[in-house]
Design a protein around this ligand. Sequence first.
Ligand SMILES: [Zn+2]
Length: 243
Amino acid sequence: MLTTKTKPILLQPAWKLPANIRAVISTRNNEFNLATHVNDDPNKVMANRQQLRNFLPSDPFWLQQTHSTRVVKADLSKAVPDADASYTTDKGIVCAVMTADCLPILLTNASGDFVAAIHAGWRGLNNDIIAQTILKLSQFSPNDMLAFIGPAINQECFEIGKEVRESFLATDTAIAPFFIPSINNEKFMADLRGIAEYKLYKSGLLPQNITNPKICTKCNHNWFFSYRENPNTGRMASLIWKE
Ligand SMILES: [Zn+2]
């Protein structure tokens, strides 16, 4: 997937989807930053967003992401909300999250009834943004929901302080196996992808319905923006919609 020399602007996730569902992930091609909050030239960001728009049925429903657990119905008539996940059952509405190491999680179900996009860093995961999103979709059975965990930082690149591990264990001791001691004192390597899978199972998704290709943003920072590789970086987008 990441071996070609010429990078496209958008990648299609290696994810088996119902025929009416489309999903794309933007790359770092020519510093294709889509975020307005990262000290990039606003004109360049707008030009990038315009270029992205050409591939979509409507403007994406962007979020003001704050590592919260707020989940909103995507509605382009409303101002950009403070939220970290959106969902819709409507056709042509594009749910989108921006990331650079955090987990972009896309959701739909086998019959393509809805789409959702979740931004999950460690705080969002620990505060259960995944469960909060699935709660908003309670008319659908989690048993046939399909989840894709996009490019994000892998365990071998994600060192955290012991207080992060402790705050996870304070809410759920079963999360302990997702941390291994770092070579550095009082630090741990955190498997956010593993925690996300675990949280998806806890919400009722089945293992065979979770696609988690473990593409690391930091290891592949020529392809993806990575905050841990360089804090002064752009953001890529993961987008999903019903046709
Ligand atoms: Zn890595």
